[in-house]
Write a protein that binds this ligand. Structure first.
Ligand code: MG
Length: 242
């Protein structure tokens, strides 16, 4: 049974929420207000991110790059990448953040080969001072649900086969939906509370060393089995789509 591993980026691979830092450093309090309205259900994720990008105004590419380069990843992530390579586990990063910083952070940390799916950002309309606007796009949004801008559930379901076992590692808001569809869940921070409230069984982790140790045990010791409720949720999602 092939194992596929999906991992959140902001706050899971990186120490901080880079997306939030990215928008807020340049967009200021207007971004807090947008996030508040999004959490209250008044605007959707795309409206929130578009508004935040607009609030950033014209930014210097150098300043933006420096900000991104100051972000740290959990150093144990490299161990997970090596483990997946050695054991033939397909690893994919799924993020409601932006390709602009994900690509740069992965490359800077020698993980540039790890594939990811996310929203995208480009610097457009540069002026003579080289400052430019940040334009965001959402190529992976779901037609029927706008809680997230990048639909991790759809990515997981389209990237895995029926017989695959799906493992997911996350910590925050945008991980609440995908864990419902995953057979093996690794959760920390607020995602733990969500899993407890929703009766989703999960493994608590602090670093990727914990994830690797658990996956090694699962792969060595037992036949991987799907989680019955995740399997039912996946079937229901496919029925809904067709
Ligand atoms: Mg996160």
């Amino acid at each position: 049974m092939p194992l596929r591993l999906f991992v959140d980026f902001d706050g899971t691979i990186t120490r901080g929420d880079v997306g939030n830092i990215f928008y807020r450093t340049f967009g200021g309090a207007a971004c807090d207000e947008l996030v508040k309205r999004f959490r209250a259900g008044e605007i959707n994720a795309r409206e929130c991110f578009r508004g935040e990008a607009k609030a950033m105004g014209r930014v210097s590419p150098g300043a933006l790059g420096d900000l991104v380069d100051a972000q740290e990843i959990d150093p144990s992530f490299k161990g997970l990448v090596a483990f997946c390579r050695d054991r033939g586990v397909e690893l994919l990063i799924v993020s409601d953040g932006l390709d602009y910083y994900i690509r740069r952070i992965l490359a800077r940390n020698d993980c540039g080969e790890v594939p990811f799916v996310s929203n995208s950002a480009a610097l457009v309309r540069p002026g003579e001072d080289k400052c430019a606007e940040v334009s965001v796009a959402f190529p992976h949004s779901d037609a029927g649900c706008d809680r997230c801008a990048c639909c991790k559930r759809n990515i997981m379901l389209t990237r895995s086969a029926e017989e695959d076992i799906i493992a997911y590692v996350g910590e925050g808001f945008s991980d609440r939906c995908p864990v419902r569809y995953a057979d093996i869940v690794f959760a920390k921070d607020v995602l733990q509370t969500y899993c407890q409230d929703e009766n989703i069984s999960y493994y608590e982790y602090a670093t990727f060393d914990d994830v690797v140790a658990r996956l090694r045990t699962l792969l060595d010791r037992s036949r991987l089995r799907p989680r019955a409720r995740a399997e039912a949720e996946r079937r229901a999602a496919f029925r809904h789509e067709s």
